[in-house]
Design a protein around this ligand. Structure first.
Ligand code: SF4
Ligand code: SF4
Length: 147
């Protein structure tokens, strides 16, 4: 319907994680850890940080990421859930309020195609979403240093 006033509904930033869903743990990609994620996850599993790193982490000069098992995206995706849920890495905890998603309507809409929580639940204030995205930047400075 042509109109001089916009008829496009702005869905805003709505999000509620859906019970039982693990889609974001299954999409292709890396799971990065902040320096403080590592000892927290280790302690949750009753391991030393060094042992956790030896078993599960790949460290580069500027980044830490979980090693990938051969047939899934994440070692900790077990029995339909996250085996380290209370101590999961920052990027998992903050999804989908990542800077690259909050800052791009297109990226947000594309992510909504596979994340069933996007577009549901209460409207999230943009300030709150940006604050959460800022937490991502702080946790992973080398991933966002060129922004
Ligand atoms: S894909 Fe979306 S709804 Fe599903 S677990 Fe991840 S954040 Fe929650
Ligand atoms: S650490 Fe947990 S939440 Fe993060 S990708 Fe792995 S299973 Fe999913």
């Amino acid at each position: 319907m042509p109109s001089s006033t916009t008829t496009t509904r702005d869905p805003g930033l709505r999000f509620t994680c859906q019970p039982g869903c693990t889609r974001c743990c299954e999409v292709k990609g890396y799971v990065y850890l902040s320096e403080s994620d590592l000892p927290r996850a280790a302690a949750y599993l009753g391991l030393s940080a060094a042992e956790f790193e030896r078993r599960y982490v790949y460290r580069t000069r500027h980044l830490l990421r979980l090693r990938k098992p051969r047939h899934s995206q994440c070692h900790f995706l077990q029995g339909g859930g996250c085996a380290i849920h209370p101590a999961k890495p920052t990027q998992c905890r903050l999804f989908p309020f990542w800077p690259e998603l909050v800052g791009s309507r297109k990226a947000w809409r594309e992510t909504a195609r596979w994340c069933p929580g996007i577009g549901t639940g209460p409207l999230i204030q943009i300030g709150t979403a940006l604050e959460t995205a800022g937490e991502m930047r702080e946790a992973y400075p080398s991933l966002y240093e060129d922004d």
